[in-house]
Design a protein. Structure first.
Length: 222
């Protein structure tokens, strides 16, 4: 285990009250989640560790826990299937300051989760393009769900052919599958060049923001 298990993303050693959009860099590869709380909380807030576009393993700090000038406690948690354990906790000061006149609490949990999943998808596509990984593709959602239970782990992404097209899905903590959607709740689709089996007629035009065009159509898993 790394001696310093966390580092604040911008290099500071503490947070300030009313900060938003903060992240921790997770320095131990065995840590899959970070649980956040302060001394008055009976329940912690769980955030998933993911790899960002720069290759850093990070997690988001809940904006709500930075609204009070109370020490923030981050618990490093390692999950392995149905079991898990806390490895270490780190306490960060949240220094008091006046609320900014333009303060708006950052993305709520739902929007934050959407952004994390979109970033995971972007990272996967870059890895496939670089030849470091392959898409895991299924033409049947039942087979995809079976694979998730038998071989997947939380955070894995597979691509499933539905009527809407090739739709990326993420494996949840309970090993179920959920389609990756944008902030409007619309399912993302991937169009592979040279592969017209995308669920749409060739002359059908869809909004660009709903489709990720991919020229690495030869990269497939199953």
């Amino acid at each position: 285990m790394s001696k310093n298990i966390f580092k604040i993303y911008d290099g500071r050693t503490n947070f300030w009250q009313w900060d938003v959009g903060q992240k921790l860099i997770v320095l131990d590869d065995t840590v899959t989640e970070v649980h956040f709380s302060n001394r008055n909380m009976e329940h912690s807030k769980r955030k998933q560790v993911y790899t960002d576009k720069d290759g850093l393993r990070v997690c988001h700090v809940p904006d709500l826990l930075l609204q009070l000038p109370k020490n923030l406690i981050a618990y490093a948690y390692a999950r392995d299937g149905a079991s898990g354990k806390t490895l270490k906790s780190v306490k960060y000061a949240v220094i008091k300051r006046p609320i900014p006149t333009d303060y708006v609490c950052g993305q709520d949990d739902a929007i934050e989760e959407i952004m994390i999943r979109l970033e995971l998808l972007e990272t996967l596509m870059k890895d496939v393009e670089a030849g470091n990984q392959q898409f895991i593709k299924f033409t049947d959602i039942v087979e995809a769900a079976k694979w998730a239970v038998e071989s997947g782990k939380a955070g894995d992404i597979v691509v499933v052919k539905l009527d809407e097209g090739w739709v990326p899905h993420i494996v949840e903590d309970d090993l179920s599958l959920s389609a990756i959607c944008d902030c409007d709740g619309e399912m993302m689709t991937i169009t592979f060049d040279g592969d017209d089996a995308d669920g749409h007629a060739e002359d059908e035009v869809l909004p660009d923001e709903k489709i990720i065009h991919w020229d690495g159509g030869g990269a497939s898993g199953y």
